[in-house]
Design a protein around this ligand. Sequence first.
Ligand SMILES: Cc1cc2nc3c(=O)[nH]c(=O)nc-3n(C[C@H](O)[C@H](O)[C@H](O)COP(=O)(O)OP(=O)(O)OC[C@H]3O[C@@H](n4cnc5c(N)ncnc54)[C@H](O)[C@@H]3O)c2cc1C
Length: 287
Amino acid sequence: MRARFDYLEPTGLDEACRLLREHGGDAKLLAGGTALVMWMRMGLLSPKFVINLDTVTGLDGIAFDPSDGLRIGAGVKHRDLELCPEVQEHYPLLQETFYKVAQPRIRLMATVGGNLSHGDPLTDPGAAFMALDAEVTLRSSRGERTLSVEDFFVDYYETALEPDEILTSIHVPPPAGPAWSHIKFTPRSEEDFATVGVAVTMTGEGIRCDDARIALNSVGPVIFRARAAEEVLRGREITPSVLEEAGAAAAEASDPIEDVRGSSEYKRELVAVFVRRAVERAAAQLG
Ligand SMILES: Cc1cc2nc3c(=O)[nH]c(=O)nc-3n(C[C@H](O)[C@H](O)[C@H](O)COP(=O)(O)OP(=O)(O)OC[C@H]3O[C@@H](n4cnc5c(N)ncnc54)[C@H](O)[C@@H]3O)c2cc1C
């Protein structure tokens, strides 16, 4: 860890944006610190300035409105999202996903904005947000912009955030349908990062799928939507052969690295299996 850095505690968002603009590439934002502090300890990051977001007001609310959807402040802790009654009632996919992140000690500290901004393809929430068609709002002294979670992830540990931007909130549209599923495969330990993560939302009737969104984590340089697999399902009846086809399309789109969790071939096989199962589970909920 760098021996010395200046620690800054802005109280408002404008002040935080100003500090970030002034110090640019020399500064890092600190949210829950579960990733940043570890990276600093490992010597992977040595910022000259650490700007604490925890002291900034206005980043911590969760608001649900049936016509607008869900608005989540970037500073909301994982645990607060998981335990929020409106999230449990209207966005069970989010509740389930956040419940599966690490373990309670991490979830009590880590923030939703920190998770997404870290840009780690192994993390879980990005896939659920993508399956729910969520957007993020980024703010700087230059103004504010909104982009889809899908466009937010650019490359391995790289997001669309400019050096002077702060992720301020996440917006999830009103729930489009009841069908969803989430699979996080962690053969080594339940608290591990996913070997494969799959989030699915689906609309349709009976066994016919009208539309589906499938997002994957841990099997590519970024969290991504398996669009070819979605295309396989759109407007079709969910039969075993269609499930097989969708799983194969998702496996084809994945690009996993070989690591302690397995070879890339093994993980690609897992994608085919878990996408098939996740889609089947979501389809079973269609009315
Ligand atoms: C033991 C362990 C197990 C874990 N297991 C899982 C898991 O199973 N699944 C999973 O999804 N994650 C897991 N994580 C990752 C964890 O979720 C992330 O470390 C955490 O979400 C980061 O959030 P934070 O608030 O602590 O961010 P910080 O560590 O404070 O920041 C992370 C990065 O994001 C930047 N940043 C933070 N907030 C903002 C913002 N609002 N705007 C712009 N940039 C910002 C920081 O500058 C930093 O670069 C695990 C972490 C640990 C330590």
